[in-house]
Design a protein around this ligand. Structure first.
Ligand code: RB5
Length: 145
């Protein structure tokens, strides 16, 4: 997969660990910032990664802030984005299988690096099941339009 990643200053230290891990798994990944741990604002990075995914430039996105909450809310404001915030791998996997999420988010103040890797792996390995779930995702898309 070709992935986009972004964070805020709180997620900044975890981001390179996730980038290396995603590459180890054989995926491509591009970093949309920030490039330093200087205090910044998560909505701009959530929006940027979400726009890249929604436009089809990337197959999926990974977002990290303190809790994963703010940055996922920002991403979910972009049309076509279904971002999930996870603190365990089960929800990450099911969010892809049932909800066809295209962005996974987590919090560097909530999960450690090993748990974050497990979340990312489960999400990347999962596939949307379609079927009865497709109708429900379409219903979400109708709310959007
Ligand atoms: C920054 O202090 C913090 O609010 C942010 O990283 C994130 O947790 C927001 O949801």
């Amino acid at each position: 997969m070709k992935l986009a990643i972004g964070s805020d200053h709180v997620g900044f230290e975890l981001k390179p660990i996730i980038i290396d891990y995603v590459k180890e798994l054989g995926h491509e990944i591009e970093d949309f910032g920030p490039n330093s741990s200087e205090r910044t604002d998560y909505p701009q990075y959530g929006k940027k990664v979400a726009e890249e995914v929604a436009s089809g430039n990337f197959d999926g996105g990974i977002l990290i802030c303190g809790t994963g909450v703010g940055i996922s809310i920002a991403a979910n404001k972009v049309k076509g984005i279904r971002a999930v915030v996870c603190s365990e791998p089960y929800s990450a996997k099911l969010s892809k299988e049932h909800n066809n999420t295209n962005i996974v988010a987590f919090g560097s103040r909530v999960v450690g690096s090993e748990l974050a890797k497990m979340i990312v792996k489960e999400w990347l390995d999962a596939t949307f099941e379609g079927g009865r779930h497709a109708k429900r995702v379409e219903m979400i898309q109708q709310i959007e339009s």
